[in-house]
Design a protein around this ligand. Structure first.
Ligand SMILES: *[C@@H]1O[C@H](CO)[C@@H](O)[C@H](O)[C@H]1NC(C)=O
Ligand SMILES: *[C@@H]1O[C@H](CO)[C@@H](O)[C@H](O)[C@H]1NC(C)=O
Ligand SMILES: *[C@@H]1O[C@H](CO)[C@@H](O)[C@H](O)[C@H]1NC(C)=O
Length: 455
């Protein structure tokens, strides 16, 4: 009797201590309902290949963020002492315990770590290509082909996924899972109002515009460069660029942008693309003669060819960020005209992408994002957390405290904010300390106006 009890006890302990940590799944992220605008279209094939990307917890990310604030603060002794690629990678590389835990889990699911797992140079992203059926069992997820009702785009996603509890401390996120394709090109509200009265009477001679410190023309010296990012099959057209210069920036005629392809991103000259054209024309129209690099990221991966399963459509921000961060040499200004309502990004995704922007910042880059062009909300103003409250919807990535969100104005003297420009308060990210002086007086002035519509 006595022995039997001990025997049972040992079985119970070992059964508990060894595998259950890596088997009992706990929800990592789930939506309250199918994301706005999407519907279930079909069952994907069980063999559909998924390139699973696993974002491991970055061991010293808080140190990286503190450093970012120090090197960015003109009053701090470390101002301007940006980090190198290697120094950033040292701060974001995962703790060995995280690596072991994730390796154990992958091995348990039959993945050969040595031959099947790829990693980026910091080691904080692992990727492994697996058939959908295996991914579903690893993540306790149910993937479907979802169709976007307006654009007819199709993606293979799940509305929830889980990880063993023991891995929640080691993994920030796994993709592609619950992140639907929700990046709007910010030309969605490309405003051309043919009937509008001219802002100034014809023939008006404009005074030279001078800022507080006077206007200093850009110089293309010291390796100064600007990076423009394009996603989702948007291309810059070289002939259109010259036409634009000849109309609006005649001294730039003959200037060009260089195109850098990531993961086989194209720059098709036969396809019309408004956004990349617009972005490159207006960026170089201002920054000429500073060299301009246009990054083209495809956002799709190979697939099997059946009638229902669309190609894997990756979320391209992280691919692009990992690409740029893996190089020692990079531009020090980036501008991007894409974004989506903050709430449509899984919070874990927004956090991780925001930390990647912090990495760019720590290396000395300024990152600009459009603040949005849907006024106080371009899609739905209802919250998607199951409560359906009405709020003003801020746009991510502009809400990330490590980027500069840029809105639109019109007129000069007085310059005025234009009504479709977007802004607002992040729900995901707390107010950064550098806004501590500006925001409270603004809120005081606002009083009860719009109370409850923003956080
Ligand atoms: C700009 O670069 C592209 C790609 O290299 C080239 O095809 C095009 O002719 C160039 N345009 C000019 C005006 O140099
Ligand atoms: C995929 O299948 C379609 C017909 O279903 C065919 O037209 C197309 O050429 C195929 N593509 C490849 C890459 O095999
Ligand atoms: C919120 O809206 C969704 C559809 O957008 C609906 O399915 C759900 O029932 C609504 N929930 C509440 C609490 O009204």
């Amino acid at each position: 009797m006595h022995f039997a009890l001990i025997y049972l006890f040992i079985i119970a302990t070992s059964a508990y201590a060894i595998p259950s940590d890596l088997t009992a799944p706990v929800v990592k992220h789930a939506w309250a309902h199918i994301p706005e605008g999407w519907e279930v279209d079909a069952m994907p094939s069980a063999n559909h290949p998924i390139t699973l990307k696993i974002g491991l917890k970055q061991s010293r990310i808080n140190e990286l963020i503190n450093t970012l604030y120090e090197v960015s603060d003109p009053l701090h002794p470390k101002y301007g002492q940006h980090l190198s690629r290697i120094e950033v990678e040292e701060l974001v590389k995962p703790h060995p315990e995280s690596v072991y835990a994730v390796h154990d889990w992958l091995s348990m699911h039959g993945v050969n770590i040595a031959t099947e797992v790829a990693r980026n140079s910091a080691g904080d992203w692992l990727s492994v290509s697996l058939p959908l059926s295996r991914v579903e069992s690893m993540l306790a997820a149910e993937y479907r082909v979802y169709r976007h009702k307006r654009t007819d785009e199709r993606v293979v996603r799940t509305t929830a996924y889980s990880l063993p509890r023991a891995l929640h401390d080691h993994i920030d996120l796994v993709q592609p899972t619950t992140m639907f394709d929700n990046m709007r090109k910010m030309h969605a509200m490309f405003h051309v109002d043919e009937s509008a009265a001219p802002l100034l009477p014809e023939g008006t001679v404009l005074p030279d515009v001078t800022g507080p410190a006077g206007y200093v023309p850009q110089a293309a010296d010291k390796g100064n460069r600007i990076g423009v990012t394009g996603y989702l099959e948007q291309f810059v057209n070289f002939a259109d660029l010259q036409t634009f210069y000849s109309m609006f920036r005649p001294d730039a005629v003959g200037f060009n942008v260089s195109v850098l392809s990531i993961d086989g991103g194209l720059n098709d000259q036969t396809m019309l693309g408004v956004e990349a054209n617009l972005d490159n024309q207006y960026t170089t129209g201002i920054s000429f003669p500073t060299p301009n690099i246009y990054y083209t990221t495809p956002g799709t991966a190979p697939t099997i060819n059946d009638s229902v399963t669309p190609p894997q459509r990756d979320e391209p921000y992280i691919d692009w960020l990992n690409f740029v961060l893996s190089h020692d040499d990079m531009p020090f200004s980036f501008t991007t005209s894409y974004g989506g309502d903050e709430q449509t990004f899984p919070k874990e995704f927004a956090n991780r992408a925001c930390n990647l922007f912090a990495q760019l910042g720590a290396r000395g880059a300024s990152v600009m994002f459009s603040s949005g062009d849907g006024g106080v909300g371009a899609g739905t103003c209802l919250t998607n957390d199951g409560t359906n409250r009405t709020i003003f919807q801020p746009v991510f990535p502009a809400t990330c405290p490590f980027v500069t969100g840029v809105g639109a104005t019109f007129q000069i003297a007085p310059e005025r904010g234009i009504d479709f420009s977007q802004g607002g308060f992040s729900v995901y990210f707390p107010r950064p300390s550098y806004q501590a002086k500006a925001v409270p007086p603004f809120l005081e002035k606002l009083g009860e106006t719009y109370a409850g519509l923003f956080k």
